[in-house]
Design a protein. Sequence first.
Length: 414
Amino acid sequence: MMDHFLFFTELASMPVYDVKGRRLGRVKDAALVPLVNSSRIDRYLVGGGDAWLTIRYDQVRSISLEEGIFLSDEHLTPYHDDEYMLRLGRDLLDQQIIDVTGRKVVRVTDLTFEVRPDGTRDTLIVSDVDIGVRSILRRLFQGVLPPLWIRRLQAPIPPRSIRWEFCNVVEPDPLRRLRLNISYRKLESIHPADLADIVEDLAPAEREAIFETIDSEVAAETLSEVDPKMQASILESLEPEKAADIVEEMAPDEAADVLSGLEEETSEDILEEMDSEPKTEVQELLEFEQDTAGGLMNTEYVALHDNATVANAMAALKGNEELLENLNVLFLIDEEDRLSAAIPLARLFLAPPDGRLKDLAAETLLQVTVEEHQDRVVELFDKYNLLTLPVVSENGKLNGVITADDVISVLRQK
């Protein structure tokens, strides 16, 4: 009777017979060739005596848990390690992989195959990665009890597994990653905060591999969510050019915070690779002490001259769409760039297009200078329930803004 599924723990050590029914040896490992097919077992590695043999998937006639593997072709070749093969026993079993849907790092304890009849042969398709107690039990009794006994023993235990298509293998070596056709595109759809949790659970080489490969904008959002102590080690592990691409995508204040935690030489190497505009913004912020308003502020805000109208404001918002998600106030400045008023964004939608922004200004204009200590900033946010606080120079020029998430970061560090 044909089994519809098979576990790797059952496949390993399964006997293999040639076309005349003579035993050739036992399965030692099995391999995928992802460039050819990402889930079909392409090679079986069989140990017989002192040498291993390689059996192609199309040389297998039948696969049975009770009887073993029978071949339809005797032209076998000695095993030689192939850089395009992902060996399941060596490269996956007991390794950490990423569960994309569960947004977590898991350790592989077994694999489940679908036994799929394919014309005159049986083919194994990797269907699930097993991570629960069931698979641990199978590993514990592997080679001690017959496979059918182990199946009966595990029956009362609920299965825990992840579909193979929802798994992401992490391969640190860039060349091997390319040869194995391993991509981290699945990770780019994960929320940056969840991806940061995943990254923090990986070893340094695996973290570096992910940040080397994923989109720079996703990498920047993720790096912003990573523990500050780990941010520095990640950037230091990357080539300056790649690190610069990521830092450029970060908010200027976050970029400055990250670079301030690096060795001075490393920070300068990254700045050297950055484009001039973001580089200038970050360098200006690096001049401030981290525990001051200048060290907390960012330069992402919208300011208009104090004679501007509602229509001018709406045009300015359309020209700064990338800021809209976190924007809740506009600022007015005079001819000398001094802060003169703050306009709550919600008031724009109740005013006529030709209305003057100055008439919509908040009654009280709260502000701090760049030298103000962060403790005072936190007090103001708490006392007045602020979402945004403008930061000005000694002569009142608008230099930047502090937002609630900046204050939350300060409180978390405490």
